[in-house]
Design a binder for this molecule. Structure first.
Ligand code: ATP
Ligand code: MG
Length: 438
């Protein structure tokens, strides 16, 4: 951005300051909060590995056509939430990923991972959707996505739901409930679709603008409407459950049977249709009433048609995604806050000889596995000690000329206790002893 030259340097400085803000709906995660993220990521990674899921990492940007084809043209995401742009260098139509399933399936097909063996995969990272920012709803947010590709049976559906239940337990989450539904297969969906259109046609005057537009292109989506004025009409709509084939019903019954055997309670919600087109059969959401309107923390389902839809040989699959911001908000509701990695030692020093030694001592301590900040930027011992205090380090290493001459350091426990003077060689062990005594 250029600034016109008639502004004074100060005015230009102020203007540039005002423009330098994060994009609306895209959050910074500051160090005080990042501790909770790091802890969460560690717990989630261990949990995923304990079920044999393997990590995959896809680009943040994909061809726009991928999402249109995978998610469906008549969905909230594709109609109004995608950050799409033209690559100004070659004219390609590109999109910041709004979700990960499409990219994951694209990657699996492109690299031929699927047809020798089924795959249990996971990924994590930023997703982008141009929504109205509010609590629990951002334009850049984070998901963990979990996909099992090449599995047809109800056993894997149940596995994914059970694994969620285990994670909530590990995280100590309260008040999270499971909603479950089946969307059946394409023939039953087609029959249901016709009945839905007939029903909503009879009530055209009660449809909002979105519903009117979707009446013929994607009437199932109307059931997904969040408009309170539409809820009564939606409640009276024909039920897909009444159209299901015996195979789909048996699959659904088997999923429920496994959940019951494992003691995982659920509620069947026939209105649960999910916001993306690619789902069939089992769909589920984990919801809480403690986050206001943004109460879904995890959602997923089976998508047996998607792989073929984006150009692969047909193969069944199921997956889910968790919203990290919402999960962490729930943990914070319960008062959970974790500091980032703490410092073991802060090294203060003064004088040329001492400063040279201080750098070597800091490296030695790190060799011993300690977390060490070396004071940088000079200043009096007094001001350096203040920094040491503020750093939260458990021990301060003091090196003045005296110590340096003798190839020694002073080790001062910050929680009180006697300062001791030891040789450079004994510094690490002394710090470790102090920390263990605490
Ligand atoms: P919602 O109904 O809340 O719009 P969705 O059906 O669009 O959710 P999915 O596409 O299923 O959401 O994404 C899975 C999870 O990702 C959601 O359950 C939620 O926890 C999280 N999520 C989705 N959109 C956002 C967003 N804009 N900001 C923060 N988290 C989000
Ligand atoms: Mg949404």
């Amino acid at each position: 951005m250029g600034f016109s030259t008639h502004h004074s340097p100060l005015a230009r400085y102020k203007m540039s300051n005002e423009t330098l803000q994060a994009v609306r709906g895209m959050n910074d995660i500051l160090p005080d909060e990042a501790g909770l993220w790091l802890w969460f990521e560690e717990v989630v990674r261990d949990w995923l590995h304990s079920y044999g899921y393997r990590n995959i990492r896809m680009p943040l940007v994909e061809p726009t056509a991928l999402f249109k084809r995978a998610i469906g043209e008549v969905t909230d995401i594709v109609e109004k939430e995608m950050y799409s742009f033209e690559d100004s260098l070659n004219g390609d139509q590109l999109t910041l990923r709004p979700e990960g399933t499409a990219s994951c399936v694209r990657a699996v097909l492109q690299h031929n991972l699927l047809y020798n063996a089924p795959q249990r995969l996971y990924y994590s990272g930023q997703m982008f959707r141009h929504e109205r920012p509010q609590k629990g709803r951002y334009r850049q947010f984070h998901q963990y996505g979990v996909e099992a590709l090449g599995y047809a049976g109800p056993d894997i559906d149940a596995e994914q739901i059970l694994m969620c239940a285990r994670l909530w337990k590990k995280l100590g989450l309260r008040d999270v409930t499971l909603q479950l539904n089946t969307l059946g297969d394409s023939a039953s969906r087609q029959r249901h679709r016709e009945k839905l259109i007939a029903y909503f046609e009879q009530h055209q005057e009660s449809l909002d603008a979105d519903a009117t537009r979707r009446l013929h292109s994607n009437p199932l989506r109307i059931l997904d409407s969040k408009n309170p004025a539409m809820q009564e009409l939606i409640a009276g709509a024909p039920r897909l459950m009444d159209e299901l084939e015996p195979e789909a019903l048996a699959h659904f019954a088997a999923v429920q049977e496994i959940l019951t055997r494992h003691g995982v309670p659920f509620e069947i919600n026939p209105r649960l249709v999910r916001g993306l087109d690619y789902y069939n059969r089992t769909v589920f959401e984990w919801v809480t009433t403690r986050l206001g309107a943004q109460g879904t923390i995890c959602a997923g389902g089976r998508y047996d048609g998607l792989i073929e839809q984006i150009g692969g040989k047909p193969a069944p699959a199921i997956g889910f995604a968790m919203g990290v911001e919402r999960l962490l908000a729930l943990l914070q509701e319960d008062g959970m806050a974790l500091p980032g990695p703490e410092l073991d030692a802060y090294v203060v020093h003064q004088g040329e000889l001492a400063s040279g030694l201080a750098g070597l001592v800091a490296e030695n301590l790190r060799d011993a596995g300690l977390r060490v900040a070396l004071h940088c930027g000079g200043g009096s011992f007094k001001s350096q000690m203040k920094k040491a205090d503020a750093s939260g380090a458990r021990v301060t290493i003091v090196i003045g000329d005296d110590e340096a001459q003798a190839q020694q350091v002073s080790v001062k426990p910050m929680q009180g206790g006697e300062q001791v003077r030891v040789s450079v060689q004994d510094a690490a062990e002394t710090v470790i002893q102090f920390i263990e005594q605490e």
